[in-house]
Design a protein around this ligand. Structure first.
Ligand SMILES: [Ca+2]
Length: 363
């Protein structure tokens, strides 16, 4: 079957901003990336398709520096601001107090953490065997005050994590001033910690009975300042998927669709709702059993005309990028109406089975 797939070839080339045909490219860890098999061009009767696949180069995250808005978007999705207060015998008050900014990712995405570390110029990356993930963290008060806080003041978080950042910042300022070394200062930090994230642990609650949680600062909605924020957020929490459902009217017996979604805790439903207007596509779905909401784009037209061009212009990194490439491949097959044949349906099912996997082979 001859089908035109020039579109995917062009799209993928512009998306990757690089090509196996252009020599001045930093090639990533491996080619082809796991999950994408180079096809025989003669078997597929489509030289364009072959060109496309030969152009799918996994971009090493070190190839260029991350955009600050991307960093904030990704942090909105994936980061944590923690004030660690632990018992420690050899200290004056018996407690050690550490501010921690952290991002933990499955080992497949180590390169993203390295890129973030390079961006901030501080922090360490450690491997957590139990969870099979890498953990980027900044724990030095000097680095928190000089690198982390200034970044998030200049490029504010958009989710309600911004409130946690503001509490974290006030605790870090107290620590920087040495306040954690006297008991009234330590209590002030515990009061902040009580309002941060999930609040105090049982041990802290018992050890600091006079704690008065500080009020959480008010949250003000802010508009998306830059498309790179959205790209970073999606790189963390978005997903591309291909629902295949039974259909009596389809020749193959199955209906194939394209979908894009971002799940969040319902506390950020207003931000999710703002994506509808920002992307000029999609709608909001609420989970009836959990406090979770989802921004969803479905339908071939919106996906192909809005979602795909956006992520061609603002590239994703790591395993999410590989999912996007597979998604793009399926979209191209659908554009060529290949999904209406049994052969095409099987091909799409095969590609889909390689999406959203933990690609531990790429690190
Ligand atoms: Ca998240």
């Amino acid at each position: 079957m001859l089908f035109q797939l020039r579109w995917i070839s062009e799209a993928t080339n512009s998306f990757l901003k690089t090509s196996a045909l252009s020599p001045a490219v930093e090639l990533g860890a491996m080619w082809p990336p796991m999950g994408i098999e180079a096809l025989d061009p003669f078997e597929n009767n489509s030289i364009d398709y072959f060109l496309c696949l030969s152009s799918c180069v996994y971009i090493s995250p070190n190839a260029n520096n991350l955009n600050p808005f991307w960093i904030t978007g990704f942090s909105d999705a994936e980061s944590s601001f923690i004030i660690s207060i632990r018992k420690k015998k050899d200290t004056k008050l018996g407690w050690s107090v550490t501010p921690i900014f952290s991002i933990s990712l499955n080992k497949k995405d180590l390169q993203i953490l390295e890129k973030i570390q390079y961006f901030f110029g501080v922090g360490t990356i450690t491997f957590n065997k139990k969870d099979d993930c890498y953990f980027f963290s900044v724990q030095s008060i000097k680095h928190i005050v000089n690198a982390i806080i200034p970044h998030f003041e200049k490029n504010p978080l958009l989710t309600k994590k911004r409130i946690d950042f503001l509490l974290f910042k006030s605790a870090a300022e107290l620590i920087n001033a040495g306040e954690h070394l006297n008991s009234s200062g330590l209590q002030k930090i515990v009061n902040i910690r009580a309002s941060l994230n999930k609040g105090l642990t049982d041990v802290l609650e018992k050890s600091f009975p006079d704690t008065k949680p500080v009020p959480r600062p008010a949250y003000k909605h802010m508009d998306i300042p830059n498309p790179n924020w959205f790209c970073g957020f999606v790189n963390g929490d978005g997903s591309f998927y291909v629902p295949i459902s039974k259909s009596k009217s389809a020749v193959t017996g199955y209906n194939v669709r394209l979908g894009f979604s971002i799940w969040q805790h319902s506390r950020d439903v207003d931000l999710l709702t703002s994506f509808v207007n920002y992307m000029k596509a999609g709608f909001i779905v609420k989970n009836s059993s959990k406090p979770a909401s989802c921004y969803v784009v479905t339908g071939f037209n919106d996906t192909v005309k809005i979602i795909i061009p956006f992520f061609e212009k603002y590239p994703l990194y790591g395993s999410k990028q590989l999912d996007f490439i597979l998604f793009l491949e399926i979209a191209s097959l659908m554009k060529a109406k290949f999904h209406l044949t049994n052969e095409g349906l099987n091909k799409i099912k095969d590609i889909r089975s390689k999406m959203n996997l933990r690609r531990s082979d790429i690190s």
